[in-house]
Design a protein around this ligand. Structure first.
Ligand code: SAM
Length: 258
């Protein structure tokens, strides 16, 4: 009988125990923060979004990359908003630690690249010259710049967006997230001081060393002008409700072939 005792853990965080022909499902606490769609993409549940909305100030001061206490980190939250807009195979530019957006939120459907070899990235994820993406034309359905375009040196921003346009399939979309200026400044400072005082290593930008041509945030006017210059159309802006509208994304589309 012992041999027939099996315990498995589903993605939803439930433990399933099978004992001969009897099956018992035990729900663990905290409940799952995300659900998985058929395509393998993860999404926060409605209950999770309500909890995240109510606890935003606490999360903004403490949860930068890792989910805890049944609450989403700021990183999970932005990945959730962006994943909802991704329309297929995705290139995530400036993917950061562990390439989490593609591996966790998109179920591996895409590729993450970065200029710096953070923990969890291999040599093949590193692109030193971001003005030339090492991909064929029209290789991706979506390209994302998550909390990233302000970290691309000013003089390289147009070149990287032009590369995004080239590597997108016709009808594909680009997604750029950017925080409200005051919120961005505040979060960067909070993360920096958290690392200094508590010895954590959440501040990716200090670990790499921010350059003179980087910025803490970009104005909407700069983002939209650069997107249009790169060729993108039908621009739309969406606020992140569970961050009280203090973060948002811009989305643009590459023209379909008619
Ligand atoms: C604030 S982190 C965001 C990381 C991740 N996308 C996220 O949302 O957690 C900014 C990222 O931009 C990357 N970066 C720096 N210079 C870049 C460049 N020229 N092109 C693309 N990414 C760059 C950094 O290495 C870093 O991973």
């Amino acid at each position: 009988m012992l041999r027939s005792l099996r315990q498995t853990r589903s993605l939803q965080g439930c433990y399933r125990i099978s004992l001969s022909n009897t099956r018992v499902d035990l729900v663990v606490w905290p409940p799952p923060t995300t659900v998985e769609s058929q395509s393998g993409q993860m999404k926060r549940t409605t209950l999770q979004k309500a909890k995240d909305f109510a606890t935003f100030p606490l999360r903004a001061l403490t949860l930068f990359h890792e989910d805890r206490w049944g609450l989403s980190s700021l990183a999970s939250e932005r990945f959730d908003y962006v994943a909802r807009e991704v329309v297929g195979r995705c290139l995530d530019v400036g993917c950061g630690y562990h390439n989490k957006f593609v591996t966790k939120w998109l179920g591996g459907n895409g590729k993450g690249i970065d200029v710096f070899q953070y923990a969890g990235l291999s040599q093949e994820d590193i692109v030193e010259d971001m003005a030339h993406f090492p991909f064929e034309d029209a290789s991706f359905d979506s390209i994302t710049f998550i909390a990233n375009l302000n970290h691309v040196p000013r003089s390289d921003r147009d070149a990287e967006l032009a590369e995004a346009y080239r590597c997108l399939k016709p009808g594909g979309n680009v997604i750029v997230t950017m925080g409200n200026p005051l919120a961005e400044l505040a979060v960067h400072k909070v993360v920096e001081w958290h690392d200094r005082l508590l010895g954590t290593r959440f501040d990716m930008d200090s670990e790499r060393g921010m350059g003179a041509e980087e910025a803490y945030y970009l104005k909407d006017s700069e983002i939209t002008e650069r997107l249009v210059r790169a060729g993108f159309g039908n621009l739309t802006k969406k606020y992140f409700l569970t961050q009280w509208g203090l973060n948002h994304l811009w989305m643009g589309w590459k023209k379909s072939v008619t």
